[in-house]
Design a protein around this ligand. Structure first.
Ligand code: COA
Length: 535
């Protein structure tokens, strides 16, 4: 494998600090993240701690192995919605290592409206379970929740992918032999009671955790019976009378220790074999990335320059280097893991689509995970290209992406527009992780193009009636669409709605991909099996 020789290394390193417009975006991202991570001074957090309870993230830190990283997902879920009253959508999810075993962790944040579930909370919880299912990872639920956020029951209760799906998934995961473990560290009421009740093994904290179908006020109203929460469904009751829980813990820390002990005796999964090398830093200083990142998406950045700063030793064995050059494909390593990289270097052509499909076949046959680096405005348009069958060749690529038998990972490093999003393993194509850089944009097309399309449709409608748009009207329609697209295509809008697994600092890309690839090895890869390619 040969190293990539950067053509702009001298320019970047000559000014030492490598300032770029990306720094402003990075500052905005760090501020948003700090707003959800650093909430110690908020009254709800203070009250929570006064009760002797740990916060959700403190609990996770104690649960996972020391000196290991927690791969937190969608930390900015629900961001800029509902007056930011639901930081991280009130639940912390991610992948952590417990006694050497990768596991999905779902921890309710009781300091956010009592840990209750709005639409985004449910979506985040279900996404975590989906990750557990795809990668064969045990699930640990750190339960401290008032259940459904009652004012918004219509968006959390009745539909297929609402609250009930959590329990359905628990049953299915358990049946697949994927351990389901709950620690009841606070309230667990009504529907929520089924999270521990549906688990394979459940721990409850004395004088703190409660499980009941109806709480004391409901019991009083329904039957007139007066009972305290502890008498109704506390730790003592459930571990010695009802049998709903299996282990009684004296504190949060004790409960987490019991959970770690459970992991110690879990059978080890059969891992996919992969030729893993010693991790190596890229040959170029990684923070040069900040200078290269496509902030102005109208300017194409040579993606070789970005690959050079993401892969081990900056070494890249490029495949079909001179053919279909708007897509760059090749083999490399990230933190020692072998990967096939598929990266946009402009819009899709027939040639680049065919090259991408061919490369996915190679990776599937060789059992090499694939990393997609998305920065595309989509497929090239025009009579010449339609006549050349670009739709047919694009379909081949999309077919190959959908049927790739190895784990795929997607990082949106710039634009993700139109069918380019599909061809590059967007959310609908089940990448094991979908990560966004803070500059990323995702939409059916760019705002400029969408506004031009809509203006031209309006003009045709009016023309049929012998009328036309005034320049002011044309400008107003354009501006409305442009502003709407500006907001809706931002990485923050996407991550708030959990269309992705989180915005990350580009310098963390290697770490996130490595953790994701490592987690994917818990389930052996499938055999290549593609559908009919239209020739
Ligand atoms: N729906 C909507 N809001 C809820 C809620 C629910 N199910 N449960 C709690 N909240 C809100 C409270 O109104 C309060 O909001 P505020 O901060 O704007 O005042 C906040 O969450 C914290 O609740 P509070 O009762 O002050 O906190 P706590 O730590 O003393 O108790 C609970 C937390 C969850 C134990 C308690 O609120 C409770 O029992 N809630 C009802 C649970 C229930 O019956 N759920 C059934 C739904 S399936």
């Amino acid at each position: 494998m040969y190293p990539i020789h950067s053509k702009i290394q001298a320019k970047v390193s000559s000014n030492g600090t490598a300032k770029s417009p990306f720094y402003a975006l990075l500052g905005e991202f760090e501020q948003a993240l700090s707003g959800v991570l650093n909430r110690e001074t908020q009254p709800a957090v203070k009250r929570h701690k006064e009760k002797g309870k740990l916060t959700a993230r403190e609990r996770i830190k104690l649960l996972i192995d020391t000196n290991t990283s927690f791969l937190e997902l969608s930390a900015l879920a629900a961001y800029n919605q509902k007056d930011n009253a639901f930081p991280s959508a009130g639940v912390v999810t991610g992948i952590g290592v417990i006694h050497g075993r990768e596991a999905v962790i779902v921890a309710n944040d009781a300091t956010v409206k009592g840990g209750t579930y709005i639409k985004e909370t449910v979506k985040k919880h279900l996404r975590a379970q989906e990750i557990a299912m795809e990668n064969n990872l045990p699930c640990v639920y750190l339960v401290d929740s008032g259940g459904a956020f009652l004012p918004e029951q219509d968006s959390v209760f009745p539909d297929r992918d609402h609250f009930g799906r959590i329990f359905y998934n628990q049953a299915r995961l358990s049946a697949m032999g994927i351990p389901q473990i709950s620690i009841v560290m606070g309230s667990c009421t009504a529907g929520g009671a089924y999270i521990p009740a549906m688990s394979d093994e459940t721990i409850i904290v004395r004088n703190q955790g409660t499980i009941f179908i109806g709480g004391p006020p409901l019991v009083k109203a329904a039957t007139g019976e007066e009972v305290t929460a502890e008498e109704l469904g506390g730790g003592e009751v459930h571990t010695s009378i009802s049998g709903v829980a299996d282990h009684l813990a004296e504190s949060d820390a004790h409960a987490l220790e019991i959970c770690r002990n459970i992991f110690e005796s879990l059978p080890k999964p059969q891992r996919q074999k992969l030729d893993i090398a010693q991790p190596e830093a890229p040959a170029y200083t990684e923070d040069e990335l900040y200078s290269l990142i496509p902030v102005d998406l109208k300017r194409q950045t040579d993606v070789h320059e970005i690959i050079a700063r993401l892969v081990d030793g900056s070494r890249f064995h490029e495949f079909k280097e001179s053919y279909g050059t708007t897509l760059v494909t090749g083999f490399a390593r990230i933190m020692g893991f072998p990967v096939g990289i598929i990266a946009n270097n402009g819009f899709f052509t027939s040639e680049s689509s065919l090259k991408g499909a061919h490369f996915i076949e190679l990776c599937s046959h060789r059992k090499v995970p694939i990393v997609f680096l998305q920065n595309t405005t989509g497929f090239i348009v025009g009579k010449k290209y339609e006549h050349g069958g670009i739709a047919r060749d694009g379909a081949k690529l999309i077919n190959a992406v959908a049927n790739a038998s190895v784990p795929i990972f997607t990082v949106v490093i710039g634009a993700s527009y139109g069918a380019g999003n599909y061809a590059m393993a967007g959310r609908a194509f089940n990448p094991r992780l979908l990560l966004m850089w803070p500059n990323a944009k995702i939409a059916v097309m760019g705002g400029e193009q969408a506004s031009n399309v809509l203006v031209s449709i309006k003009e045709q409608q009016l023309k049929a009636n012998g009328k036309e748009l005034t320049p002011d009207e044309r400008q107003r329609i354009k501006q409305e669409i442009l502003s709407k697209y500006e907001v809706e295509s931002s990485a923050y809008y996407s991550t708030s709605r959990i269309w992705d697994d989180g915005i990350i600092d580009p310098l963390d890309t290697r770490k996130y991909l490595a953790l994701g690839i490592s987690a994917s090895l818990n389930r052996p890869f499938g055999e290549p099996n593609f559908g009919v390619f239209r020739m």
